[in-house]
Write a protein of this length. Structure first.
Length: 314
């Protein structure tokens, strides 16, 4: 049976704080505070587990946090992170309920060595089989080769496995050169790949089409409130939701939930139109939870009829 594998090279401990009014040089009382074991690939895995999928979770974790992250190992998540020297980074998200704005504070954690990257490569080489789906999510940790995603995606090709890439910077730029099955940039990341601003929808679609001509089968561009554009060589769909029926807790992890929903929908067959609709429903459902990548199947089911899908004819 085909496996779903997520790879999180740069795991994190996310501290999410909700408050009202974020002032300078003030003492502010938080309304709520919680810590979550994260990293974009783990967020994707959490979403897939919510959809009752079994996921193998690979990647790195700081040795001091390894035991804590192993707590994620549950019937839905097979967690096998490789411990490396150093600490797992900590991130802080401040959600101002009075304005709906979010402030993100990111830190750096462990660095990896070539021997660590070789261990992960060997682990994947032993695990992967034809037909598997592998999701590479998040930034490269310090010390990782800039073409590490590219190397791992090529490994997927050699095993007959499909690959999904959701990264930024050098990881995305080099990873695209390996022609993963799907990439999920946001607009800023797509503009970085293009080397220019993409001022309107046709420009975004043209750049996405350019990437499909280079080997990526799908380019899924997330644009926040403007919705999602899903582009292949043959098709282009736009997905939006007119209103969000619920209280927004955070936007963190919505892109990861989108990937989780897309991957899950592909395993249920259907067509690209169904995949993007399901992915966007999962992304919107994630808005109702503090924990990145967390949502409920019930919310997804009630949101699916609210997702507007438009086929764009060029």
């Amino acid at each position: 049976m085909a496996k779903i594998v997520t790879v999180t090279l740069n795991t994190a401990i996310d501290h999410c704080i909700a408050l009202r009014g974020l002032g300078i040089e003030e003492t502010i009382q938080a309304e709520s505070s919680a810590e979550y074991l994260c990293g974009k690939g783990l967020n994707v895995a959490r979403g897939l587990a919510a959809l009752d999928a079994q996921v193998h979770c690979l990647g790195f974790v700081g040795e001091q946090s390894a035991a804590r992250f192993q707590q994620l190992d549950t019937p839905g998540l097979d967690v096998d992170l490789l411990a490396v020297a150093g600490t797992t980074r900590s991130n802080i998200t401040l959600f101002d309920r009075s304005t709906g704005s979010e402030t993100h504070i990111r830190t750096s954690g462990y660095s990896v060595l070539q021997k660590d990257c070789d261990r992960l490569t060997d682990q994947m080489n032993c695990l992967l089989s034809a037909g598997d789906m592998v999701v590479f999510s998040g930034s490269l940790p310090p010390g990782a080769p800039v073409d590490f995603y590219q190397s791992l995606i090529n490994l997927c090709h050699s095993k007959g496995a499909k690959s999904v890439l959701d990264s930024s910077g050098e990881g995305l730029r080099h990873g695209v050169d390996a022609a993963p099955w799907l990439i999920k940039p946001n607009l800023a990341e797509l503009e970085t790949l293009a080397g220019k601003a993409l001022e309107d929808e046709p420009a975004i679609i043209n750049q996405a089409k350019h990437l499909t001509s280079q080997g990526c089968q799908w380019v899924v561009v997330s644009r926040g409130a403007e919705g999602v554009l899903a582009v292949s060589r043959e098709h282009c769909w736009k997905a939006t939701v007119s209103s969000v029926p619920g209280q927004i807790m955070t936007h963190v992890g919505c892109g990861d939930a989108l990937v989780a929903g897309w991957v899950y929908a592909t395993l249920r067959a259907g067509q690209g139109e169904n995949w993007v609709q399901y992915g966007v429903a999962c992304a919107v459902a994630n808005l109702f939870y503090h924990e990145p990548g967390r949502f409920s199947q019930r919310d997804v089911d009630r949101l699916l009829p609210l997702i507007d899908i438009t086929k764009i004819v060029e």
